[in-house]
Write a protein of this length. Structure first.
Lengths: 172, 172
DNA sequence: TTTTTGAATAATGTAACAACATTCAAAAGG
DNA sequence: CCTTTTGAATGTTGTTACATTATTCAAAAA
């Protein structure tokens, strides 16, 4: 009754039986980000509950159990990470499309800029966001604000179409 | 020449002069994720692949230069993960605040619902988004659309204030 | 045979430490 | 008197150390 277990091949807790299946190292993290970092390393970082218009059972405690209706903003808004970038919108020329001054635009370079899409173009080194309209063999950049005039794409020098705006993030 | 500096009020490096402006703590991270975690905690607005209105050098290939430094939308839009949830907006009663039908609302339950904030409330089991207005000792829920009337919060039954809307994600 | 026990060993959170960074008043130099 | 240099004091930081907890498995007990 005095001597159990003991020294032997394979005694003790095996390596790699931790939560991650690999070694860990301490890393110094700003306190306000510890919560998010832990969520990330525990692979639940981006699972945040999504609700419709009805108050669901258990609504008061999203942190508890939300098996259904979780949403990852990165996955939801960025379909092609390598072809995606962000632009900060300036001005109110696209207010009719829900794009306000200061909004963050998610731009996908891999999407085809077809008729009616909202696109990012550079004209003489300046970025602008407009709706693409192709008619009568010509291409126009249409603001969605009656105070601004349409732009004839062919008449401009040094133009480039950078991508299609897929989402607008507006901060309140 | 032997005694310079020395003990005194305000001697030494001031608190809060670190890279983050707040204290740090060691957190054990799986080795394969250390790089990503460090990139995340060290990320600053000016290092984000986010462009203003000028076409910057190297703009044509955001994926190349910033392949590893892409802005994490979750981190950018969700400050308090355990207190955050999403709601899908319905209707156009908040069109003036840039909230369109079908938009995704990021809601933070940990923020104080002060006068002027856009909030999510439930009234008789239904979720709604309105601007909170406190005046003359009363609380009103104000739509941002002249077609809709203000709601007297006190006159409603079965109400609950769920959180403050911090961001609106609008898909094009 | 099945169940319980405990030595061996790994994992984990955090304290501690050494090296580095920063500040500012005193000292040194003009 | 003014400017420059110096170094003690104090905060920051990456890493190590360590006490505690978790896990395993064969021997002991039932």
């Amino acid at each position: 009754m005095m001597n159990r277990g003991g020294k032997r091949m394979g005694a003790g807790r095996p390596r790699g039986t931790n939560h991650y299946g690999e070694p860990t190292k301490p890393v110094r993290i700003p306190v306000s980000k510890i919560d998010r970092v832990l969520r990330f390393v525990r692979e639940r970082e981006d699972r945040i509950p999504l609700y419709g218009n009805e108050v669901p059972a258990g609504f008061p405690s999203p942190a508890d159990d939300y098996a259904e209706g979780v949403l990852d903003l990165n996955a939801h808004l960025v379909r092609e990470p390598t072809a995606t970038f962000f632009v900060r919108a300036r001005g109110d020329s696209m207010i009719g499309a829900g794009i306000h001054d200061g909004d963050l635009l998610v731009v996908d370079r891999s999407l085809e800029a077809t008729n009616g899409k909202v696109v990012i173009v550079s004209i003489n080194g300046e970025l602008t966001v407009k709706r693409l309209r192709q008619a009568k063999g010509r291409t126009w950049l249409i603001p969605e604000n009656p105070d601004y005039p349409p732009i004839d794409f062919q008449e401009q020098d040094d133009t480039h179409l950078w991508g299609v705006v897929t989402n607008v993030v507006h901060s309140l």
